[in-house]
Design a protein. Sequence first.
Length: 267
Amino acid sequence: MNHDMPSPAGATDVFSTHSVFGAPCWVSLTSRDVKTTEEFYGAVLGWQWRPVRLGDRFRIALADGAPVAGIAGVAGMWQMAVAWTPYFAVRSADETAARVQERGGTLAVGPISLAPGRAALLADRDGATFGIWEGELFTDWPTWRRAQPAFVRLHTRDAFDAAIFYGQVFDWASDEPGCCQVQYEGEEVVLRSGGDLVARIGSGAVESAPDPRIRPHWQVHFAVKDVAACARTAELHGGSVLSLADDEAVLRDNEGAQFTVTSRRER
């Protein structure tokens, strides 16, 4: 999803969801206040900001001039949770929304038209929220895929059941050209697009029973140069540190949205 950001004039290498379907193609943060969100992520991740045609409540985050994420300051107005959400590329938003509902998931918003495409917000059958996008992607989408975010990870109760759900919804590991590849590595399901790791699905040890204490959710991981510095800066700007290791930290921003910073570029 590109928050209504047009492709550069004269571009000839525009990607669409028809060629990269099933892969995470964008991440978006639903916040209450755009200004405080800009200040927090500008300090923690060094992002700059660009307005979009959707209005004053929406922004594109830029890292080194490249678009990396969207901000929508509509949580209070639309009574939505403050949270990061990954969007997956689909060939048809309407058909994919129907597939989700047929398999026990729920439709929260849409599909709605947002030039140049269509979007919807859904939840899988365990309650993890995700979005779908049909239409044009950023012209430099391969660069975005290889930069930030590093990847997205689904924390769920049963990784294999979740992989079946998403595989059926997004045509993972099908015979279609451009589809995502699925592998089982260690105790996780790993998703690759064009050879690049783009998502992981995990639920603990393979032979362990599903943990009822886990609240299924998609976690967005941003690659950074200095994990510890990001954690310190987050606290200085009203956020909190949920866990901290040498190469990874789980943080909450100043409004409560959870995300991960990592020094690893998993490929």
